[in-house]
Design a protein around this ligand. Structure first.
Ligand SMILES: *Cc1c(COP(=O)(O)O)cnc(C)c1O
Length: 406
């Protein structure tokens, strides 16, 4: 009998991290600004920017901090309206509130992507910035979003926390908007426990974000200019903002950078394995008449480490029963809208003003299932998960395979 795969354990951190961490423990040099140059955090920023093809990167304490600093770097006026998808993690409206702005929720379709008709209508309502959360790595129509936002002169921040490695027409997600933000929290593609990074090509934005992240006095001098860049754009921007901005001190530690850097070389493999695993399970799930895995958009090459699917022809009672039946069969499924206090259900965000009903997003959340699919899983694990989910739906709708669950 195959045991239910453990979907919570992370991959081990590459062995190469050990020597660097050992060195840091010996020297005690954990603060990014102690060394005169080439601290692990600075090297991570340079390597990440180069990998993404972006000019500048700033590593910070979390993706939430990156989103907050992005909004602050845009110098939005107090109470500026920021458009965000109604399907995202609670940290996103939280970052907007933290930046003294007002989140406006845009409806999401049952394929987890922004509803472009609602987006266009709401963008016209005095929106000052847009955050697109590529939630669970699902990419919304970035061509349409950028065309509308460029025409309206509204900056786009990409929340690519869970989308590192995804491509749109072959372009890296996170490099399409003005700023891209990523997470190094343990459930993301690169795992440091905690951490985040933002990227941009805009010297003024990065200078503002760097200073506000906690580069007090002249610590900004330790931020590297892009490789081969011999203009003074970055230095000029830092000089312009010296002493002009508050310090929010949300930096990354050298220890975290030492954990992340050796994982950069693993990313391509993780992305390839994750996509292969996802599509294998998706094909099996789509055999079930009661399960639908929405296809990617045509421009999108995904980088999933989990799978989302919708239950079809199931009532609320069936949906709860499906979750239970999957659990009995050893697979944990979360229906976003069904679990108490789910942080991805917009009606639980009581800290923001009422947003109206958003019935389309609500209906999606009541049937959309979330199952972890770590990229390290092997074919027997994938078969176990897919077969359990298909059988669980069968249990609920026909009762026919109930006995085989024992
Ligand atoms: C994980 C996640 C975040 C928050 O990232 P942290 O680094 O934990 O702050 C934000 N948005 C999305 C879409 C996420 O998946």
């Amino acid at each position: 009998m195959t045991l239910a795969p453990n979907v919570y354990d992370a991959e081990p951190i590459p062995e190469a991290a050990r020597a660097e961490i050992d060195q840091l423990l010996k020297s005690g040099d954990l603060f990014r600004y102690t060394a005169p140059e080439d601290a692990p955090v600075s090297l991570l920023e340079a390597e990440f920017a180069e990998m993404m093809g972006a000019k500048y990167a700033l590593a910070v304490a979390s993706c939430s901090a990156a989103l907050f600093l992005s909004l602050k770097a845009l110098a939005l006026p107090r109470d500026a309206k920021v458009l965000i998808p109604a399907f995202t993690f609670a940290a996103v409206p939280s970052a907007v509130v933290h930046a003294d702005c007002k989140p406006v929720l845009v409806d999401v379709q049952d394929n987890y992507r922004v509803d472009m008709a609602d987006f266009e209508a709401k963008l016209a309502g005095d929106i000052k910035a847009v955050i697109i959360s590529h939630m669970r790595g699902h990419t919304s129509d970035m061509d349409a979003i950028m065309a509308l936002c460029d025409a309206a002169g509204v900056p786009v921040i990409e929340d690519a926390a869970h989308s590192l490695g995804t491509q749109w027409h072959g372009r890296k997600i996170g490099t399409i908007g003005k700023i891209g933000c990523f997470s190094f929290q343990s459930y993301k593609m690169l795992n440091a426990g905690e951490g985040g990074i933002l990227i941009t090509d805009d010297a003024d934005l990065i200078a503002r974000a760097v200073i506000m992240s906690g580069a007090y006095e002249h610590n900004w001098k330790k931020h590297k200019a892009p490789h081969g860049d011999n203009t003074s754009a970055l230095q000029d921007a830092f000089a312009r903002w010296q002493n002009q901005l508050p310090l929010y001190n949300t930096r990354l530690s050298n220890l975290s950078a030492a954990v992340i850097r050796p994982q950069l070389g693993e990313l391509e493999r993780r992305v390839n394995d994750g996509l292969k695993n996802h599509d294998y399970v998706a094909d099996k799930l789509n055999q079930s008449p009661w399960i639908d895995v929405p296809p990617p958009l045509s421009a999108e090459t995904r980088a999933p480490d989990s799978i989302q699917f919708n239950l079809v022809g199931m009532s609320d009672t069936d949906t709860v029963a499906f979750q239970e039946a999957a659990k009995v069969r050893g697979v944990s499924v979360q229906v976003f809208g069904m679990s108490t206090d789910n942080a991805r259900a917009f009606w639980n965000w009581h800290f923001i003003d009422g947003q109206g009903e958003l019935p389309q997003t609500r209906a999606m959340l009541m049937r959309a299932c979330d199952t972890r699919l770590p990229v390290r899983l092997q074919k027997p694990d994938l078969d176990f998960i897919a077969d359990a989910l298909v059988a669980a739906a069968q249990d609920v709708k026909t009762g026919s395979s109930k006995t085989s669950a024992a």
